[in-house]
Design a protein around this ligand. Structure first.
Ligand code: ZN
Length: 261
């Protein structure tokens, strides 16, 4: 995020990850600028893959753009990077409506526009359900079941879902939902849910420091849903991990991944 995080160049991140044996990197658009092709090639030259790109603009809600320009820009960037998956955070409840049902219908219409544009660029779209506390302004899908229903409503083979521990750890129906539709998970995001979360966006825990059942969730994602891709560590942590030396954080991630995931 602007003004926070490692402060390293993309090149330095790539070299540090490659040196530790990471399999890939997911970028945010603001890190890439106009250098998508160059950065994608650099990742692959280092022996890794660009596992994905975060993210499209909102598709629905008050903050969704009114035309397709930014959506197309995000798809083009993913293609230029060689990222096969572009993540979608849907955006919140549509202006003039209440609840989420009307917005979910609008989302299906928007996905019917986005999916063929992405398919033409060889990119898949991953709908990421968010913890219900992000309802209102950021999302209209809250569970894996919601995300799968939205993906199904798009009737497009290149639309799937992303599963993020932070958003789904509390869901008792998670394993059942994931097992119901194999082959639809396009990304798996790791962190932990701290027992006393202080900030809903920027206080994620490192794996092992919280109360999420990380092994059970991974079993559901890999054995249940058939996901065979990379595990992506995503720890927004303004007051802890973002203040540490990034090299130390990368080392801790390797250790925690081996011990707790
Ligand atoms: Zn995520």
């Amino acid at each position: 995020m602007d003004g926070a995080g490692a402060g390293w160049s993309s090149e330095r991140v790539i070299d540090a990850c490659a040196a530790r044996g990471y399999g890939g990197i997911v970028f945010w658009r603001r890190e890439i600028g106009s250098r998508a092709v160059e950065i994608g090639n650099r990742v692959r030259a280092a022996g890794m893959q660009v596992a994905g790109l975060c993210r499209t603009p909102y598709l629905v809600g008050r903050d969704a753009p009114r035309d397709e320009a930014d959506l197309c820009a995000s798809i083009d960037m993913a293609a230029d990077l060689g990222a096969q998956v572009l993540t979608i955070v849907t955006g919140g409840t549509e202006p003039g409506t209440k609840g989420v049902i009307e917005t979910q219908k609008r989302l299906a219409e928007r996905l019917a526009v986005a999916a063929p544009l992405a398919a033409a660029a060889g990119v898949s779209l991953a709908l990421e359900p968010l913890n219900p506390m992000f309802g209102g302004n950021r999302t209209c899908i809250f569970t894996v079941a919601d995300a799968l229903a939205a993906a199904d409503a798009a009737h497009a083979p290149n639309v799937g879902i992303a599963v993020d521990v932070y958003h789904v750890w509390w869901d008792r129906t998670l394993a059942q939902s994931l097992a119901a539709e194999r082959g639809r998970v396009l990304g798996y995001h790791l962190c932990d849910w701290l027992e006393n979360t202080r900030h809903m966006l920027l206080d994620r825990g490192m794996m092992g420091d919280g109360v999420a059942d990380l092994r059970a969730i991974r079993r559901a994602v890999e054995d249940g849903a058939g996901y065979a891709g990379l595990c992506e560590v995503e720890v927004f942590s303004a007051e802890d991990w973002w203040k540490r030396d990034p090299a130390e954080v990368l080392d801790v991630i390797v250790d925690r991944f081996r011990r707790y995931c």
